[in-house]
Structure formats: structure tokens, C-alpha cells
Design a protein around this ligand. Structure first.
Ligand code: DP6
Length: 325
């Protein structure tokens, strides 16, 4: 009863922010993303009848109590479906720093879901795996399918899942992540989802989102980078406006974040086409076409405020790497 799975993180072009049903993680809105080739989690799960409790190790260290409890709760869902109560040994390794605005919970829960299901012999299709991963972390639903992915908000557990709208090779879009901080963020996205509806602008964002999603989806399918980038950047600013005006207010940006946002706008004025988007953290995801990636990387690497740079293309979704059930 052992399996290893690998899963990519993802960057949302239309973001998930707020849950209609927090227990089931049914989001207020549909979202759209790209899986990330250079930001992955590899997870081994071994169900062992001799264990009294789950043992969760992340990046070589026992998981903090809150993270361990969240992983165990997710394993409980899988144990209930598989019809056994065996505890598990879980070892997870990330290719990128956790808790910094690269969605580590997305790749973590996608890899945990796929490895645990394979280890226990549960053969679920992609849609069911995506819905199940969503229960662990909403954005994990989008790390199951390949490439460019749409998460249908859905009305219940089964109808809230993600699917691919285009394969990784559809577009050579790059997400160049400028890591300005490796510190674990003080407020995770969980608090943000809860606070989101308290923003006076939340309803306005929700009202506009279906049209916004359609525009971004069309630009993505047409590979119209200027139209796509402008709409994605605007959507990111709207999400952060909601976060900043929630009760309590959430400000994920640091001075380095703000400087980079100004810089990306200046590059555009100077003819280097790139757009910025941010998740719930200070690092800046700079989107560009592959032919501009070297220029973007060189410019970011020359800045003192940037600790490292991660270049991502669209990638395949979560998959089993090894299994013995
Ligand atoms: C800003 O998926 O991390 O990155 O369901 O509580 O685990 P939980 O939230 P999470 O939220 C991601 C928020 C976001 C936007 C996005 O990825 O869509």
C-alpha cells in the first residue's frame, strides 16, 4: 500500500477568493490557471496497519501540528472512500519555498490525493480526483489536470472540479516568479477566503467575474498576449483590492513587491511586454511569452530585492510516479 505522486503548483489568471461553502470548499466563483513546470511537490504515501497515527514529514521535517492535522483530515476522506482505517506515513518534498505566494497547498494536496488514492487502490477518474483534491485546498483542484485549467465553481461536491481547456503545448507562455521573500507568510489564504465577503467591493468583483473569465479564456485560447496579460493583471489588482479592504485588511505586498509592480509597468512602456499577477503572498509572477523570458529573467536577476527567479512553462498535471498496492 505505497505510492509516490508528483504534482505541479499553478498560477491563477482568474483567482479563487472566498468560499460559498467553507467546509466543502465550494468557491464563490470559477477560476482559471496554468500548471507550473518548475514548482512541484513529490509525495510518498505508505498506509501501514502497524501505525497508530499518521506521520507527516514535509521537506525532511515533521509537519507543524496544523499542517499535519489538515493532511490527516484529507487522508480521512480517502480512507472513508477506500473503506479502511490504516494510518499513513507521508513524506513530501517541494521544489520551491512553502508559504510565499507560490501555491504550495495546491501541489501538496494534489500530490497527496493522487498518491493516497493510488496507494490504497482507489481508481478515481480525473474529475473525481480534482473534486477530492479541492477538499484539501481549493486551488489543488486545478493542479490535477494538464496545462491550462478551468475550475467550475459547481453547486455541490461533485460538480466543483477542474478540467483542462488546453494542453501545456498550446501556448509557450512563461510565468517568471520573482521570489522576494522566503519567509512564511503571516496570513495564509484561509483567512483571506473567510474575510473576502466583508470587503465592500466583493459583490462588484463577483458581478464582473463571469465576463472577465470569458475574456481571459478567449484571449488565452487565441494566444493574444496583450489582451490576456492586461486582463490578468487587472484581475490580480482587483483581488488584492478585496484583500486590502476586507475586515481584517490583508496586505500581502512588501516594498519589494510594489517596486516590482512599478518596474513591470515601466518595462511595458519601454517595449518589453510583460504583466504581473500575485497570489496571497509578496512574490511577483511576471507573465511573458517565451521569446521574452530571457530578457525578463536577466532584468529580475539584476535586482538586489530579488532572491531568486523561477521560470515556469505550462506543465502536465498530477500523476502517479510509483505504485504498489
Ligand atoms: C490567491 O487554494 O490556497 O492563490 O482552499 O484555503 O487552501 P485554500 O486556499 P488556496 O487559495 C488560493 C488563493 C489564491 C488564488 C488562486 O490560486 O486561485
Amino acid at each position: 500500500m505505497r505510492a509516490v505522486a508528483a504534482a505541479p503548483s499553478n498560477i491563477a489568471f482568474v483567482k479563487y477568493w472566498g468560499n460559498l461553502d467553507p467546509a466543502l470548499r465550494l468557491p464563490y466563483n470559477a477560476s482559471l490557471s496554468m500548471t507550473l513546470s518548475a514548482a512541484t511537490t513529490r509525495t510518498e504515501v505508505v498506509f501501514d496497519p502497524a501505525l497508530d497515527a499518521d506521520e507527516i514529514v514535509i521537506d525532511g521535517r515533521p509537519a507543524a501540528p496544523e499542517a499535519a492535522a489538515r493532511a490527516s483530515a484529507h487522508l480521512d476522506l480517502i480512507r472513508a472512500r477506500a473503506g479502511h482505517g490504516h494510518r499513513a506515513r507521508v513524506a513530501s518534498a517541494n521544489s520551491f519555498p512553502m508559504g510565499t505566494g507560490i501555491a504550495s497547498s495546491a501541489s501538496a494536496f494534489a500530490a497527496l490525493t493522487v498518491a493516497a488514492c493510488a496507494a490504497t487502490g482507489l481508481a478515481l477518474d480525473e474529475r473525481s480526483l480534482s473534486a477530492l483534491a479541492r477538499r484539501g485546498s481549493g486551488s489543488a483542484a486545478r493542479s490535477i489536470p494538464d496545462g491550462f485549467v478551468l475550475w467550475h465553481s459547481g453547486a455541490d461536491d461533485e460538480s466543483s472540479y477542474a478540467e483542462s481547456i488546453a494542453p501545456p503545448e498550446h501556448w509557450d507562455l512563461c510565468d517568471v516568479v520573482a521570489i522576494v521573500s522566503r519567509e512564511h507568510k503571516a496570513v495564509g489564504s484561509g483567512g483571506g477566503h473567510g474575510a473576502a465577503p466583508s470587503s465592500p467591493f466583493f459583490a462588484a468583483r463577483q458581478h464582473r467575474l463571469p465576463e472577465r473569465l470569458e475574456a481571459i479564456r478567449e484571449a488565452l485560447l487565441a494566444k493574444d498576449f496583450e489582451r490576456f496579460g492586461a486582463a490578468v493583471e487587472a484581475e490580480s489588482y482587483e483581488l488584492h483590492a478585496i484583500a486590502m479592504t476586507s475586515r481584517p485588511p490583508l496586505l500581502y505586498w512588501t516594498p519589494a513587491t510594489v517596486a516590482l509592480l512599478h518596474l513591470v509597468a515601466r518595462w511595458r512602456a519601454e517595449g518589453l511586454s510583460a504583466f504581473a499577477t500575485l497570489d496571497a503572498g509578496p512574490n511577483v509572477h511576471v507573465l511573458c511569452e517565451a521569446r521574452r523570458a530571457q530578457d525578463v529573467v536577466a532584468a529580475l536577476e539584476s535586482l538586489d530585492s530579488v532572491e531568486s527567479v523561477l521560470v515556469n512553462r505550462a506543465a502536465p498535471g498530477a500523476r502517479v510516479v510509483e505504485a504498489q498496492s
